[in-house]
Write a protein that binds this ligand. Structure first.
Ligand code: SF4
Length: 353
């Protein structure tokens, strides 16, 4: 199938555990969740080979390439971070940086300015452990990051990643958006983390999630009517906006034929790389579809393991926004183990549901 779209999007979890990099043998890991020295972690030279392969694949397909890096904090490895981003930049690949507020350090901002990387995509994440005051600390870190980004005139896109553990933080998050007049706000569901067959953290009920969308949309509509600059982001972060808007009388045009076109890049123009070279269809969907550099990027994109993700979701058949939304593979997989199961937060009551 190759790449469907005008660019290849590569999500990459950077760990910087590269013993062959040459900074005095120092090892560093940017992700607290990823083992810093697992024997299967690829080295720097492997990642450079993979970067070359991504560049060549995009050239052959006549499309652009965009790297989406998501990391925790570069503070422990600024040299690694800086040098690797430089390699990406030299190959003409676009760079997106996505992280929690703590990711933003003076050195990160310097690199962003040097390489022209903007905006910064900041995530406000679910609490990993329920602790009193966790939301305040996260927003305090966000204030600090805002200062540093603001001094460098780097804009911010703010993403509220929501589950049951932080759904009640919506008011304080929206106050933060208002205080800083953030021009772009996205809302996205956190994927339930699966341990074996059990689900560690369930998402909100469809009804509760719909209420969250309604409240968020009403707030941004009010701000827009007041002539204020804050804007709600698009459908890629949360495709159930389509359903809400259809209920409100929007999207009266007949949807186009074919698999959902607007919501999701999975099995079209997206791959996600893990520190050991394993490739997933999306960073939120842990289904191995290949391995680099043993395979080429082109071979992985043609993997038959992606075929099921190119089919229609049975639970969506007949839905008025099926061709726009299509449900979330990652949420379905995280909740049930089947990426083609019904989207767990969808409240559409048609067909046999
Ligand atoms: S039924 Fe499927 S396509 Fe329709 S709104 Fe729900 S998840 Fe989206």
């Amino acid at each position: 199938m190759g790449i469907i779209g005008s660019f290849l999007k590569v999500q990459w979890r950077l760990t910087f555990d590269w013993p062959d990099f040459g900074f005095g043998g120092r090892r560093a890991c940017l992700s607290k969740k990823t083992s810093p020295s697992g024997p299967q972690q690829l080295g720097y030279s492997d990642w450079i080979r993979i970067l070359d392969d991504i560049t060549a694949t995009c050239d052959r397909a006549g499309c652009g390439g965009r790297m989406h890096f998501y990391v925790s904090s570069p503070a422990s490895a600024p040299d690694y971070f800086s040098a690797f981003l430089g390699e990406v930049h030299r190959r003409g690949l676009g760079i997106r940086l996505l992280g929690r507020p703590g990711f933003i350090e003076p050195s990160t901002v310097e690199d962003m300015v040097r390489l022209g990387i903007r905006p910064f995509h900041m995530r406000y994440m679910p609490r990993e452990q329920q602790q009193p005051g966790a939301d305040e600390r996260e927003l305090e870190a966000a204030e600090h990051a805002m200062d540093l980004l603001g001094q460098a005139k780097i804009p911010l896109r703010f993403r509220f990643v929501v589950d049951e553990s932080n759904i009640q933080d919506l008011d304080s998050v929206l106050r933060f958006v208002e205080r800083h007049q953030l021009r772009r706000f996205d809302l996205m569901r956190a994927v339930p983390a699966r341990g074996g067959t059990s689900v560690r953290r369930a998402g909100p009920s469809p009804h509760r999630f719909r209420e969250l969308l309604v409240e968020t949309r009403a707030t941004f509509s009010r701000w827009k009517d007041q002539g204020r600059p804050m804007r709600l982001g698009g459908y890629r972060a949360e495709h159930l906006w389509w359903l809400l808007e259809w209920e409100g009388g929007e999207h009266e045009q007949a949807p186009p034929k074919g698999r959902a076109i607007h919501a999701c890049s999975v099995a079209r123009n997206l791959i996600a790389l893990r520190p050991d070279g394993t490739v997933w269809p999306c960073r939120r969907l842990p289904l191995p579809i290949g391995r680099l550099p043993q395979q080429t990027v082109a071979e992985v994109l043609d993997s038959p393991r992606l075929d099921p993700l190119r089919r229609d979701r049975p639970a969506c058949l007949g839905c008025p926004v099926e061709r726009h939304c299509g449900g979330c593979f990652a949420m379905a997989y995280g909740t049930t183990g089947d990426p083609l199961a019904a989207d767990p937060q969808c409240w559409w009551g048609g067909a046999d549901r």
